[in-house]
Design a protein around this ligand. Structure first.
Ligand code: NDP
Length: 527
């Protein structure tokens, strides 16, 4: 196979090198094409809601346009509202228009795959009727009894709907390969350890673990998946990926948006449940885990579980040493006035819900002993950023100290996920000139510049993986429990022991966050 990188063939030596070290990569076009999947029906509960309109139907339509859906496939919307197939199709057409992804030429054929069946979550007979409809579709459309049940409902209904699906016989799988049944649930998986265990118990009454797909759409982002490739497909970084060379790690996921229309959910959740229990923990696990022996779902999830096991529990009687919680007050962005969280529609005017958190945590294991991980997430901040920054230690001895002083800026590797999908390495070079002056320069790899092909949206990726039955990017129950085991004592301390008010700081909307973060970061670089 010929090496595609022509820079390597600039002289004879390079030609020999490239001949002896063949490029084992595959054609990028082959990478984007989803694996072939079984025919199936995708049943969406909560099909009249926001997630269906903004994410699921646009993702399914986009997959359809790119030949990414199985043949045949059917989509059945389901909710309490009454409407017929045509009304549902009209609603979904508007949703695609709103999302600016409607292709008027392809829509008419796609829409014939859409159906609507109302259900009442209190009435088992409506689920029996749904089961009957699905059997009819199987025989008229040849979907072979393979079904995905996507639960796009408020979390309080997860248990009920799983129970109803099970009672209608829809969770039972055939043993001959066809006739599989999978359930997809969105976060939040409970609101603490106890409720997560209860939820799991009810899901497992009718579904086995291999049938349950707990989504964390962060994991389906290309750049997030690339963290493992970057670490374990290159020999350069892994030897220095440890406490000997790394000073600290910062994991950041900030937003400029406020609570928007989700106050009902957010008031009960707050930033720790909304971001830390799931997305931030996954980013931490990918950054800190050991290499699994093979790239297989359970082996990868085993290694992540070990990271969660290593989390050093917080001293809950002294949370302020490790945690800053804050809420946005009124502020400004681009000369627009922004309201305080407490003045947002649906928010309690005396709310103590944190919209920002910074956490300093440690992993008690061989690789990471003594290395602080700073995890920061918040709403209504100055910038929307998602990134993982690996701050390396300074050089042990500065031979330039007579001219430059003792400190030289240490290397920093940033895995950027948003706004730019890129990898950046900062290092020192000499400034041209007679004097010895150093400057920091960067070496960048930017996904957009280096790959012009199509990219799967996170929801497209999770839908495909669910159709294939690959659980790599989904939470396994033990991971959910471990993450809650770490967070629940913190939440209990903050919420139930009268500390909520004492813990809460404030920051102006549109700012860089609360001043109090200095409390956690003041000794960075002095270790
Ligand atoms: P919605 O609030 O839009 O609700 C979805 C549907 O559920 C509604 O259309 C409604 O349908 C039904 N519903 C709402 N309340 C009740 C109730 N009390 N009893 C019975 N049915 C009810 O939710 P989303 O679509 O925003 O979210 C769905 C799930 O996905 C949630 O768990 C959410 O946390 C999660 N999620 C959502 C995201 C988003 O961007 N929207 C992002 C990540 C996760 P009907 O009345 O017709 O039955």
């Amino acid at each position: 196979m010929q090496n595609r990188n022509e820079d390597f063939n600039t002289n004879e030596l390079d030609a020999i090198a490239s001949a002896t070290a063949p490029d084992l990569g595959i054609d990028p076009a082959e990478c984007i094409a989803p694996e072939p999947t079984d025919p199936c029906t995708i049943v969406i509960f909560g099909a009249t809601g926001d997630l269906t309109a903004r994410k699921l139907i646009p993702a399914l339509f986009h997959l359809y346009l790119n030949d990414g859906l199985p043949r045949p496939f059917q989509i059945v919307g389901s909710a309490r509202s009454h409407m017929d197939d045509q009304q549902f199709r009209n609603k979904m057409e508007s949703a695609l228009k709103d999302a600016e992804v409607l292709d008027p030429e392809k829509w008419p054929t796609f829409s014939t795959h859409l159906h609507y069946r109302p259900v009442d979550y209190e009435d088992p007979a409506t689920f029996d009727r749904l089961a009957e409809s699905l059997r009819e579709l199987d025989s008229s459309q040849h979907t072979q009894g393979n079904r995905i049940f996507y639960i796009a409902l408020p979390p309080t209904l997860y248990k009920t709907v799983a129970e109803m699906i099970g009672r209608a016989g829809l969770s039972t799988e055939n043993t001959n390969g066809n006739g599989w049944s999978r359930m997809v649930v969105e976060k939040p998986f409970g609101v603490n350890l106890q409720t997560a265990l209860e939820l799991d118990q009810s899901l497992h009454q009718h579904f086995q673990e291999h049938q349950i797909f707990r989504i964390d759409h962060y994991l389906a982002k290309e750049t997030v998946q690339n963290i493992l490739m970057f670490r374990f497909a290159n020999s350069l970084f892994e030897p220095i990926w440890n406490r000997r060379y790394i000073d600290h790690v910062s994991i950041t996921a900030t937003e400029t948006l406020g609570v928007e229309h989700r106050a009902g959910y957010y008031e009960r959740s707050g930033v720790l449940r909304d971001m830390f229990q799931n997305h931030m923990m996954q980013l931490l696990a990918l950054t800190a885990m050991e290499p699994p022996s093979r790239f297989e779902a359970d082996l990868v999830r085993d290694e992540k579980g070990k990271v969660f096991n290593s989390l050093r529990p917080f001293a809950t009687n002294n949370l302020k040493d490790h945690l800053v919680l804050a809420q946005y007050g009124a502020g400004k962005a681009d000369d627009h006035q922004l309201p305080a969280y407490r003045d947002e529609p649906g928010v309690d005017p005396a709310s103590l819900t944190p919209t920002f958190a910074m956490m300093k945590l440690f992993l008690d294991n061989w690789r990471w002993q003594g290395v602080p991980f700073y995890m920061t997430s918040g709403k209504r901040l100055a910038q929307k950023i998602t990134e993982i920054a690996i701050q390396f230690k300074s050089v042990p001895h500065s031979l330039f100290r007579h001219t430059l002083g003792p400190s030289i800026v240490a290397n920093r590797l940033t895995l950027g996920i948003y706004p730019e999908e890129k990898i950046t390495l900062k290092f020192q070079t000499k400034n041209p000139g007679a004097r010895v002056c150093l400057r920091t320069v960067t070496m960048d790899f930017n996904y957009q510049q280096n790959y012009a092909g199509p990219v799967l949206d996170a929801y497209e990726k999770v839908l495909i993986d669910c159709m294939i039955g690959d659980q790599m990017l989904f939470w396994r129950q033990d991971g959910v429990e471990k993450s809650w085991s770490f967070l629940t004592p913190i939440l209990d301390r903050c919420e139930d022991c009268g500390d909520q008010q004492a813990m809460l700081e404030f920051y102006p909307a549109g700012s860089m966050g609360p001043e109090a973060i200095k409390r956690l970061t003041s000794n960075i670089g002095n270790r």
